[in-house]
Design a protein around this ligand. Structure first.
Ligand code: GLC
Length: 736
């Protein structure tokens, strides 16, 4: 006390410095703070100080920055220096559906709700940067992390990522859109050097990131592990300086994937702003977590002190990190969020309800009519296995997770029984980085016995539902590895065939983030794609299977019949070729722009289920598409309208899709490309119009030679439909 009294009056600050004033313009705050920082303080804030945090400036009262995984929910606390659990008891969260489910809803309103809810959870947990969402394009169905992303089409991913970013950041939590870019498989993710032409880069792999930056206003971007042009994405001149910061005007911070930085001079010059990692030289054990040895730490400081490099790049990095801090940690206007609220669970359930896709439903097998079906048999490990633990960095410690079996049991009337048979044993582990499921999934029965036991009960059940698919273990839907093939693992096909033979009232629910082969597709009357739905999984699944909710999801990726039907595999491109006497694997995207349905339509390869496919418990009739003009000026627009009627007996939602074709063009173009969609809710008998305003941008391709988007005058075809392989109406128009 005495010391304070001794201070001369002038020393007690009267006016708070500008950088501490949240109402001051952010650029003023940045410059004011920067001008007060020492060289050491600037270097300190551009690299990690712990597993998930970077330093602030204690002397100036600038707080440290806290990041958290992941795109589906807020990761539990880990120890300062470890991946393992800190063992807190207040860090359980809500697991929201995987982003493939969000994309499958084809409803930007869902993305807005998603970003709001997950932003409130992050804010409440004191996190400044959410390490997500991921928007890497679904190029191969083997990619272990497709479940974290938004499908195969750049237009759909762009429309769905923007509201998520806006709503998340509206909580004062930065999005960190990942993994920028070309991280489209997990095998060799640190050493794959992607080779592709600029048309594929600009038309397929960049648009969702560009939309997140330019429309979503993303405050940070995570640079990926892989290489492009022989430079790691974490310090890639073209991708970070020329395109992201140059062409797109990104003013946020580029954050490295963990251990993605490998070179100090490149990291200085090529746009890396905030280095995170696992150990000193990235991922190896190195000098355990000596953060001062990070590439942008002491090695950088030494180069500056020795006069070998200047401080211009350092100031730019520090400005971007300060901007990130002022937009998040140092802006109290956003309130304090909320955690595990009823609203968040309701949002998780709603997104699950909207994203589940009804793939097949012969003879109106679904919904299960519980007035007749009094004995339901549920078969399959995925009816009981927790899916919120595992999968890699998106793994969570949830407050609860409703399994499909539990969801069904809770939803059926009292006079209906729901029995269970394992059917198959897949993955019995239940732990990831110290988070355990608490389930004991051990079962000593042989596969034959498991099937026999299930078939015995199936014979006298009124309805049989099989829950299978993939899970979050390595080699399934999981980070840092890819699947070995398209087939369902663990002998599930045999179980499905046996059950189909035992009872015609049968439905298969596939829980996965990836397409799977379905050799039994003709023998199963009803098939549902149910994604990884998080905490409310069982409730959403019961909502749809029992008919409380009319399914309205549409596939955000193609389900090929066989792997060779997919462009990345038909061309022999995947998984790439290891370079002689180098650890680098060259992976050329030989299919170019023909990714997903672009490949199937153009090469006329019939898919098992098409991009945009999804059925309903009601029926929709499409009227004729009309346009407000037959000709469009280069700077003009054309509006295409199509009436849709609910001709069935119950309310439903239909995702009306608009595809554009450019039949005569000087360059090769896909048969058609998604350029619009609208989700219409229709009561029985109701007719509403889907309206699409098409502008020249929607008609253009990327001209690599001119390095600009070009829409060639001439005839275009607009196709309106319920799926990429279910076009209801087309019309022609001319671009002048
Ligand atoms: C992981 C993932 C990235 C994650 C980060 C932190 O390697 O690639 O998505 O956010 O490291 O866990």
């Amino acid at each position: 006390m005495a010391a304070l009294l001794a201070l001369p009056a002038a020393a007690i600050p009267k006016k708070r410095p500008v950088y501490t004033d949240p109402s001051a313009p952010i650029e003023q705050r940045v410059e004011d703070a920067l001008s007060r920082m020492t060289l050491e303080e600037k270097v300190a804030i551009i690299h990690a100080q712990s597993k998930f945090s970077s330093a602030g400036v204690p002397r100036l009262g600038i707080p440290e920055l806290w990041t958290t995984d992941g795109p589906h929910g807020i990761r539990p606390e880990v120890l300062w220096d470890e991946w393992d659990q800190a063992g807190w008891t207040n860090d359980s969260c809500v697991a929201f559906p995987a982003l493939t489910c969000l994309a499958a809803s084809w409803d930007p309103e869902m993305a807005l709700m998603y970003g709001t809810a997950i932003g409130e959870e992050a804010r409440y947990r004191g996190k400044d940067v959410l390490l997500g969402p991921g928007v890497n394009i679904y190029r191969t169905p083997l990619n272990g992390r497709n479940f974290e992303y938004m499908g195969e089409d750049p237009y759909l991913a762009s429309k769905m990522v923007v509201p998520y970013v806006q709503a998340l950041q509206n909580n004062g939590v930065a999005a960190c859109v990942k993994h920028y870019a070309l991280n489209n498989n997990e095998v060799n993710r640190h050493t794959t050097n992607v080779i592709l032409d600029d048309r594929a880069l600009y038309e397929i792999y960049l648009p969702a990131f560009k939309a997140a930056v330019q429309e979503g206003g993303a405050w940070s971007i995570m640079a990926a592990y892989n290489l492009y042009g022989d430079e790691h994405l974490c310090h890639n001149k073209r991708m970070l300086n020329d395109i992201l910061k140059g062409e797109w005007g990104f003013d946020g911070a580029v954050i490295s994937d963990w251990g993605g930085v490998h070179d100090t001079p490149q990291a200085i010059a090529n746009g890396m702003d905030l280095e995170f990692g696992s150990w000193t030289n990235g991922l190896s054990a190195g000098t355990r977590n000596a953060y001062d040895n990070y590439f942008l730490a002491k090695p950088y400081l030494d180069l500056i002190r020795s006069g070998k490099v200047g401080t211009d790049e350092l100031d730019d990095k520090a400005r971007r990190v300060l901007r990130l801090i002022f937009r998040t940690a140092m802006d109290s206007k956003y309130g304090y969020g909320s955690l595990c609220s009823d609203e968040h669970y309701a949002i998780a359930r709603r997104i699950g309800d909207e994203g589940i896709v009804l793939l097949k439903n012969d003879k109106a097998t679904l919904p299960v009519d519980v007035a007749k079906a009094k004995k339901i048999l549920v078969v399959g490990e995925n009816a009981i296995k927790m899916m919120t633990v595992g999968g890699g960095s998106s793994s969570l410690k949830v407050q609860h997770e409703i399994s499909p079996l539990d969801g069904l049991r809770a939803a059926v009337p009292a006079d209906v029984t729901v029995d269970f048979e394992r059917g198959y044993v897949g993955d019995v582990t239940g732990e990831y980085n110290g988070v355990t499921t608490g389930q004991n999934l051990a079962d000593s029965r042989s596969p034959e016995q498991l099937i026999a036991d299930a078939v015995a009960k199936a014979a006298d059940a009124d309805f049989v539902i099989f829950f299978g698919g993939l899970n979050k273990s390595a080699g399934q839907d999981c980070e840092d590895a890819d699947r070995a093939g398209l087939e369902l693992p663990y002998g599930q096909d045999a179980v499905i065939e046996a059950l189909a033979a035992a009872n015609p009232n049968f439905a298969v629910v596939n829980i996965s983030g990836n397409a799977v082969a379905m050799p039994w597709v003709k023998k199963v009357p009803a098939i549902v794609q149910a994604w990884f739905l998080g905490s409310e999984a069982g409730n959403s699944i019961a909502d749809v299977l029992l008919g409380a909710v009319n399914p309205s999801g549409k596939l955000p990726m193609t389900f090929p019949v066989a792997l060779a039907d997919n462009g990345a595999h038909a061309t022999g491109s995947y998984p790439g070729v290891k370079r002689a006497d180098s650890h680098i694997v060259d992976l050329e995207y030989k299919e170019g722009i023909l990714v997903g349905y672009r490949w199937h339509d153009t090469k006329k390869v019939k898919p098992l289920f098409a991009f945009g496919h999804g059925l309903s418990y009601t029926d929709f009739a499409y009227g004729k598409a009309t346009a407000d003009a037959t000709e469009m000026a280069a700077d003009g627009t054309i509006t295409i309208t199509v009436p849709v009627t609910n001709t069935g007996a119950r309310e439903g939602e239909e995702v009306v899709q608009l595809y554009i074709s450019d039949p005569k063009c000087t360059v090769m173009r896909p048969a058609k490309e998604l350029k619009g969609f609208a989700k219409l809710k229709l009561k029985p008998g109701e007719t509403r119009e889907a309206k699409f305003t098409v502008k020249a941008d929607d008609l253009s391709y990327f001209d690599a030679d001119k390095h600009e988007w070009v829409a060639e005058p001439g005839q275009f075809i607009a196709s309106v439909g319920a799926a990429s392989d279910d076009i209801k109406s087309t019309l022609k128009f001319n671009l002048k």
